[in-house]
Design a protein around this ligand. Structure first.
Ligand SMILES: *Cc1c(COP(=O)(O)O)cnc(C)c1O
Length: 407
């Protein structure tokens, strides 16, 4: 196996500069809605951020600087009642970019994902701060090594926007030291010392909230490790901060291929013209895009919503990857659905729409068992040599499973 050597100092290959995507910023799906979309934008900006320009809005640093962190102010802008008795001391912090707050202002489902809720104080005995047992699988700070050939590398605790159902609510938004150079060095040393690690998944927090230079430093360090074959980035930035996906970022990222991304999406309302353009810029950079979605009560727990989301993603070249059962983090009961709901959603997709639109439904096993896939029982019985199959319409078929059974 030969691995190309990469170095941060290498100039980009000449003649292959990424051209601006010509018409992708206005995908066909938004025909006729574009003008209304931009009118709402201007109105939102003028009302809630007087003095800010379109240029400010388009700047990811402006978006970060102007994050809304007060639940009361969020509620006021959204025009909904302020969350009752929300105590910020020691609690999971709240934050949202102006961009994503605009999205939420058009969508009760998206609002539910970001606005703190008094029900977060209803903590059940089975809920745990670290439901996936990540801290127990962490050989050095920032690394979770659960599977034989790949590691999770938590490079920052910071996100531009905090989802109320976050599986890492125990650590995000805290002023930890995960993005310190010294803890990055220790994590890289661990990966260098483990030749079985062929896949490194950068997550957090949101790695794409780091400046280009820091991301490039991490990627170039990883690329110098011969046994690291692929690098993945897990991010919600295209949905909550699409301004971050600049042509310069994509030009840098594409020098570190094979690089893949898992994009977090919760609801079809997130797929605005700006988010669609961000996804298409990444896809034009040759980055295979997968999606991760958490199944959430009152947000996306019906077949129609989930299908609209999956269709919106695939139209923008994001291949649905995982649908997660909501992890039992403290105060998440109001988000959780019965497992049957997830199975019936998968059943409502499989066969009814393109196979490319169907994610794998998984439960990340509490205590550190890793992701366990769940499927409706399509092979529901065995009769003698035959496997009994139920298709998407509920019709029953027999498969003669004779191989290895007859002489
Ligand atoms: C999800 C996860 C991975 C990646 O799993 P894939 O199924 O390969 O996408 C790796 N490590 C940890 C700890 C994870 O939680």
């Amino acid at each position: 196996m030969s691995v190309t050597k990469y170095a941060a100092e290498e100039p980009p290959e000449t003649g292959q500069e990424l051209a601006e995507p010509p018409s992708l910023s206005t995908p066909h799906a938004f025909q006729g809605q574009e003008l209304a979309f931009w009118a709402r934008h201007r109105n939102f900006l003028a009302t809630h951020f007087p003095g800010a320009t379109q240029k400010d809005w388009d700047s990811w640093r402006w978006q970060l600087k102007n994050r809304i962190t007060s639940p009361q102010r969020m509620a006021a802008i959204l025009g909904v009642p302020a969350p009752l008795g929300f105590d910020r001391a020691g609690a999971f912090p709240a934050a949202v970019t102006p961009y994503y707050l605009l999205t939420a202002s058009q969508s009760p489902a998206v609002t539910r994902c970001i606005l703190p809720d008094v029900r977060e104080k209803d903590i059940r005995p089975f809920e745990m701060p670290d439901p996936l047992g990540e801290d127990g699988h962490s050989p050095v700070p920032g690394i979770v090594h659960r599977y034989p050939d790949r590691v999770l590398f938590l490079v920052t605790e910071f996100c531009s926007t905090y989802c109320r159902y976050c599986t890492r609510s125990r650590l995000v938004g805290k002023s930890g030291h995960r993005s310190d150079m010294s803890s990055w060095q220790r994590a890289l040393d661990y990966i260098r010392a483990h030749p079985e690690v062929r896949d490194v998944l950068l997550s957090g927090g949101d790695p794409l909230t780091l400046p280009d230079m820091k991301i490039e430093w991490l990627l170039s360090q990883l690329r110098r490790i011969p046994h690291v074959e692929i690098v993945r980035i897990g991010t919600k930035v295209p949905a909550v901060l699409p301004q971050r996906i600049t042509p310069a970022l994509v030009r840098m990222l594409r020098r570190y291929h094979p690089l893949l991304m898992s994009l977090h999406f919760a609801h079809p309302d997130e797929i605005t013209p700006e988010t669609a353009a961000a996804c298409n810029r990444l896809a034009d950079g040759g980055i295979p895009l997968g999606s991760q979605t958490v199944l959430l009560a009152g947000v996306n727990d019906d077949v129609e919503t989930m299908k609209r989301l999956m269709h919106g993603l695939i139209r923008n070249r994001v291949r649905p990857y995982y649908l997660y059962q909501c992890d039992p983090i403290p105060g998440s009961t109001h988000f959780r659905t019965p497992v049957e709901k997830g199975l019936s959603i998968i059943q409502g997709l499989r066969g009814h729409t393109s196979g490319y639109c169907i994610p794998t439904y998984v439960i990340d096993a509490p205590g550190g068992g890793g992701k366990v896939p769940l499927q409706p029982q399509y092979a529901f019985d065995r009769e003698g040599r035959d496997v009994m199959l139920r298709n998407y319409e509920g019709r029953v078929f027999r498969y003669p499973d004779t191989a290895g059974r007859e002489g």
